[in-house]
Design a protein around this ligand. Structure first.
Ligand SMILES: [Zn+2]
Length: 158
């Protein structure tokens, strides 16, 4: 699975990678320079593959947005550190910068995060209330309550 993802990332990066300049070296120094350039390119490609894997894994990250924090990032993020990237809110599409290391747990803008948390809490409360009521109920009454709960969940998802 992880290997397939890596292969996919390599394909994407290779398709977007600049071509290598191949020419006759003019001197021993030139050979050295060409080798250094090749090493740099290899490191760049490795990093690009890593980044691509990141974009594939965290689909809410804006592709190409991984960067060192800019002055604006420092304004928006209270604790910008390491690399930052942009996410697209999974609810409203608003783009906001986040620390790259936090991406796995940040999918929404602040406003939508509050709404989603509220909705999740409401579902949890409804489930608990249903559990309480279910104690001592007939099978028919439990079925009816379950249908009610499902309808409530459906309306939250809509
Ligand atoms: Zn949002």
């Amino acid at each position: 699975m992880a290997k397939n993802k890596t292969n996919e990332a390599i394909k994407i990066v290779t398709a977007a990678t600049m071509t290598t300049e191949v020419r006759e070296p003019a001197s021993a120094q030139d050979v050295q320079a060409m080798l250094t350039a090749l090493k740099d390119k290899k490191a760049q490609i490795k990093q690009a593959v890593k980044d691509q894997e990141f974009y594939t894994k965290y689909t809410w990250v804006v592709p190409g947005s991984i960067r060192s924090p800019s002055a604006n990032d420092f304004n928006v993020l209270t604790h910008a550190h390491g690399k930052v990237c942009d996410i697209s809110c999974q609810q409203c599409g608003t783009v906001r910068p986040v620390n790259k290391q936090d991406v796995f747990q940040v999918k929404y803008c602040k406003e939508c995060r509050a709404t989603v948390t509220k909705a999740e809490d409401k579902v949890k409360r409804a489930e608990k209330a249903a559990e309480k009521r279910a104690a001592g109920m007939t099978p028919e009454a439990i079925k009816a309550k379950m249908a009610e709960l499902e309808a409530e969940l459906a309306s939250l998802a809509a």
